[in-house]
Design a protein around this ligand. Structure first.
Ligand code: AMP
Ligand code: MN
Ligand code: MN
Ligand code: MN
Length: 281
C-alpha cells in the first residue's frame, strides 16, 4: 500500500452488499473516476463485497483496503467501529459478523411487526426487495416507505418511523465494543471509531468511549467524515492527538442518490494528525 500525502484516500464506503446502492465493481469504478487512489469498502457487518471490489480495483489501478463497519452498542448508544486492512477469511471475525446479521434478520421482522400495528402492511417484503445483498438494514425499510409515499425522503422516514421513540424502532444489543475490536485485531486489521461526532456524546462520554476503545486495542479515529462539520473535524483531530489515535478519513458514500456525499470529496486531515496509513506499505 503506498504511503504518501499525494494520494487521495477514502477509507469509508458502502456497496449494495449492505445498504449502499452500487455494486462493489461500480463503486470502485466511480472511486477511480473521482481520483481516489486508496479506497476502503466498509460494508455494515459483512465482507462479501470485498473480493469483487479487490478485482475491480486491480483493473482500475487503484488500491482497495479490505474493510468492514461493525455495529456496536456502547453505553446504550449505537456506535460504529471500522475495521481496516482485515483478513476477511478470519473465523473469529466472521463468526461475530454472522451473529450480527442474525440479529439484523430478527430485527427486520420485528420492525415490520411494529409498523404493521401502525397500519403499514408488507414492509418486510418491501424492504427485502431493496436488500439485494447479504443483510437487511433500516435503510431498506426507508427506501420502501419513501416508495409507498409514507415520507418524502429517506431522512424523513428515519425521523418519522425508524429512530428511537418512533413506531418502527427496535431496541437491541449489537456487538460489545471490546468484542468488535477483538474481532478486527484477530483479523489483523486496525480498529477505528467511525464518525465520532455523529453520536452527539457529551465530552465526558466521548472521552470515556475513546479511553475504553484504546484500552481494548483500538488504534484510530475517523477525524474527517462527510457526517462531520468543519469544526467537528477540528475537534476530532484534537481528540485523536490527545488520545494518541491515528487519524482516518472517509466519505461514508452510500450511493449517487445522496449527491451531497461523493467518493474522495472530503477535506484533508488536520496537519498535526498522524494518518492511519502512516504505517502502511
Ligand atoms: P441499521 O444499521 O440497519 O440500523 O441502519 C443504519 C444506517 O441507516 C446507517 O448506516 C445509515 O446509512 C442510515 N441512517 C441512519 N440514520 C439515518 C438518518 N437519520 N437519515 C438517513 N439515513 C440514516
Ligand atoms: Mn449505512
Ligand atoms: Mn456508520
Ligand atoms: Mn458507514
Amino acid at each position: 500500500m503506498p504511503n504518501s500525502h499525494d494520494l487521495q484516500y477514502d477509507l469509508h464506503s458502502h456497496s449494495i452488499v449492505s445498504d449502499g446502492s452500487l455494486s462493489p465493481e461500480d463503486l470502485v469504478s466511480r472511486a477511480a473516476a473521482q481520483g481516489v487512489n486508496v479506497l476502503a469498502l466498509t460494508d455494515h457487518d459483512v465482507t462479501e463485497g470485498l473480493s469483487a471490489a479487490r478485482q475491480a480495483a486491480t483493473e482500475h489501478g487503484i488500491h482497495l483496503v479490505s474493510g468492514v463497519e461493525i455495529s456496536v452498542t456502547w453505553n446504550g448508544a449505537t456506535v460504529h467501529i471500522l475495521g481496516l486492512g482485515i483478513d476477511e477469511d478470519n473465523d473469529e471475525l466472521q463468526k461475530g459478523l454472522g451473529e450480527l446479521r442474525e440479529f439484523r434478520a430478527w430485527r427486520a421482522r420485528e420492525i415490520a411487526r411494529r409498523l404493521e400495528k401502525k397500519g403499514i402492511l408488507d414492509s418486510y417484503d418491501g424492504a427485502i426487495q431493496y436488500a439485494k445483498g447479504a443483510l437487511v438494514s433500516r435503510t431498506h425499510f426507508a427506501h420502501y416507505l419513501v416508495e409507498t409515499g409514507r415520507a418524502k425522503n429517506v431522512r424523513d422516514v428515519f425521523k418519522k418511523y425508524l429512530v428511537k421513540g418512533k413506531p418502527g424502532y427496535v431496541p437491541g444489543q449489537w456487538a460489545r465494543l471490546d468484542d468488535a475490536v477483538q474481532w478486527i485485531n484477530a483479523a489483523g486489521g486496525q480498529a477505528v471509531v467511525a464518525h465520532p461526532a455523529r453520536y452527539r456524546l457529551s465530552a465526558t462520554n466521548l472521552r470515556k468511549l475513546l479511553s475504553e476503545f484504546k484500552a481494548c486495542g483500538g488504534v484510530g479515529l475517523e477525524v474527517v467524515s462527510s457526517a462531520h462539520s468543519e469544526s467537528d473535524c477540528i475537534t476530532m483531530g484534537r481528540y485523536a492527538s490527545q488520545f494518541e489515535l491515528l487519524a482516518s478519513c472517509g466519505s461514508d458514500f452510500h450511493g449517487p442518490e445522496q449527491p451531497w456525499v461523493e467518493l474522495g470529496r472530503i477535506p484533508s486531515l488536520p496537519e498535526h494528525c498522524e494518518p492511519i496509513w502512516s504505517g502502511w506499505n
